[in-house]
Design a protein around this ligand. Sequence first.
Ligand code: DGI
Ligand code: FE
Ligand code: FE
Length: 188
Amino acid sequence: MNREKAMQIVKEQLPEKRYLHSVRVMETAVQLAERFQDDAKKAEMAGIFHDYAKYRPQEELKKIIEEQNMPKELLDFHSELWHGPAGAYLVEQEAGIADKDVLSAITYHTTGRQGMTQLEKIVFLADYIEPGRQFPGLDEVREAAKEDLDEAVLMALRNTISFLMSKRSTIYPDTFHAYNDLVKKTEE
Ligand code: DGI
Ligand code: FE
Ligand code: FE
């Protein structure tokens, strides 16, 4: 699918602000793919589609997670975590995206996981550092992203986990698994 068609499909799914965020994630993901020698076309597709299901009714996302045998544990955690996995399913069904690498990057874009693929890291990081984002510690992560993908993803995970803990929120185990994995990897 070409970029224009993908953008048109996503535009119809999302409010203007979220659509513009998706375009910036796409552009950032393409830059990161070029920088770290990944497939720019896959980064483009995963970036533009990553939040495709963000505005679907919670009931619909829940039903997909149940019926498609996704981890039931997701339903015991914040509903913010559902739009990635359920979104990958909807993007495959409705937009005809079949590429497994693209779909897994969409699936794990919020939580991360142990053993993230490079494309998963790229989309996770692009979502965090796209130019429209602004929160404490972000400039440091943007700097790290110029040189070291694992280090930048680790910093983003650390910030997110700290932020969630400061709010007394629960933290989904895959987020800890992604964090632990990259701490070990970056120590080597
Ligand atoms: O969809 P976006 O707003 O662009 O960003 P996102 O998909 O990363 O997710 C949204 C939020 O989900 C993020 O700001 C923090 C929140 N969240 C709640 N519980 C968890 C969590 N994020 C992670 N990584 N792990 C959690 O357990
Ligand atoms: Fe998201
Ligand atoms: Fe996003």
